[in-house]
Design a protein around this ligand. Structure first.
Ligand SMILES: [Ca+2]
Length: 141
């Protein structure tokens, strides 16, 4: 994972629009980029490679995951296929366009759940407890 190969504008978009996102689980110091953006940036990369049109393959329960944060249709959005709690009260298709504002809003809702950032497998497997400073190398607000 070489952050310098990633589009910095995407990092900045995630960072700027994600103000206060993931604050509670943020590591304390990550250079010039505000530290509380970094968990979301690392997680989004490992979930979707920042591909806003990403739709995951069906999960074992038939649900699917949408957008940069791979938000799940069983719990958080409605894809018109099967049961959903629709916790973010939104269509899953809203998470597959280039405007990630609503994706971030929903991610904030997800992270307020008791499991917090652990809702994302990519966070647990690739980001949690790691030195995340490389994610912001070459980027600043
Ligand atoms: Ca969107």
């Amino acid at each position: 994972q070489n952050v310098l190969k990633l589009p910095c504008f995407k990092l900045l978009q995630l960072g700027r629009e994600g103000n206060n996102l993931f604050l509670s689980s943020a590591p304390s110091h990550h250079g010039p980029f505000p530290s509380h953006f970094v968990p979301g940036i690392c997680t989004a990369y490992h979930e979707s490679k920042y591909e806003s049109s990403a739709v995951g393959p069906p999960n074992t329960d038939g649900s699917q995951d949408y957008g940069v944060f791979q938000i799940n249709s069983r719990y958080w959005c409605d894809n018109q296929q099967g049961e959903t709690a629709n916790g973010c009260r939104i269509s899953c298709s809203a998470f597959t366009n280039d405007d990630i504002t609503d994706d971030i809003e929903c991610a904030k809702t997800v992270v307020r759940d008791p499991q917090g950032m652990d809702a994302w497998v990519a966070w647990k497997n690739h980001c949690k407890g790691k030195d995340l400073s490389e994610w912001t190398a070459g980027c600043s607000l």
